[in-house]
Write a protein that binds this ligand. Sequence first.
Ligand code: H4B
Length: 339
Amino acid sequence: GMTDKLLVLDEKEVHWFPRHISELDLIANRTLDAGTDLQSDHPGFNDVEYRNRRALLAEQAMKYRMGMELPSTEYSEDEVKTWGVVWDKMEGLLEKYACKEYKKSMNLMKKHCGYSRHQIPQLSTISSFLQLQTSFRLRPVAGLISSRDFLNGLAFRTFFCTQYIRHPSMPLYTPEPDICHELLGHVPMFADRDFCDFSQEIGLASLGASDEDILKLARCYWHSVEFGLCREDGVNKAYGAGLLSSFGELEYACKPRSDDEVPSIGSDGHPTCPQIKPWDPNVAAMQDFPITTYQPVYFLAESLQDAKVKMRKYCEELPRPFFALYNAQMESVHIDRPV
Ligand code: H4B
């Protein structure tokens, strides 16, 4: 299809990319195999009812097109129960370890978006609120999509958001993004301007980028939007969604320790503490990471603004035969030369 084509510029090949926000329709449904088919080690693999529920929500997400009202979902009592378990486990930890921007936004979400332990808020409510606040929006997605497609969405201030919930047998574990991770981890951060600009910066750099640069940007995304730490009055706080939605890892990453403590292997076979490096996209871009265990390395920014400024500089230096600028009014990307 046309989205797999390469454009040629200065004898360099440039990967196709969306120019208008409506063209996200062309990439939103390209879920990876692992994104919709549960793997044999998934907690819900043998649960027919769970699999049917997942299939229904995937189908609903796939039907979405730009301009439609976001699909609402009636969650079952069991699903709300799982949400409540995660909520109760996270609430106290977030108070202690989440960055100030997150806590401020979380209060807004409680006030305006129906955030509470008793119900799972609807994407439409959240997306309308975010659009007023930061002009970021949510768009439903059936499951995992490629790094390129996912990052391209951020260029249009759009976050691809899952709606299904993790399996009830393991409420504190999910091998993939789910509604708890999206709504408790990501969404409050998207009510912060600096953070939105930071995310869009990575997105704009991903448009037409080489596969090699996509990999670098995906690593930067992972070490910031998913697992980033920032300094606050001399203390390490979390702004990454993977931490903000993870009972266990949030405390592991943020708990106070002496400056000279170095990681060693504890009696349980796991490192006693992570390694913390100053946020530098040049370093983060080369740092591999595991996806099913705690991170061995976290990157610490001075502030969200510091994270953004360094990311912008890094993106400006990536080799690309054009500049991509976002025109918010047109909801489209403008290129400084014909591609
Ligand atoms: N796809 C979906 N649906 N949700 C996500 O959070 C991500 C995704 N994360 N694809 C992406 C990949 C990141 O892990 C980076 C950009 O690779």
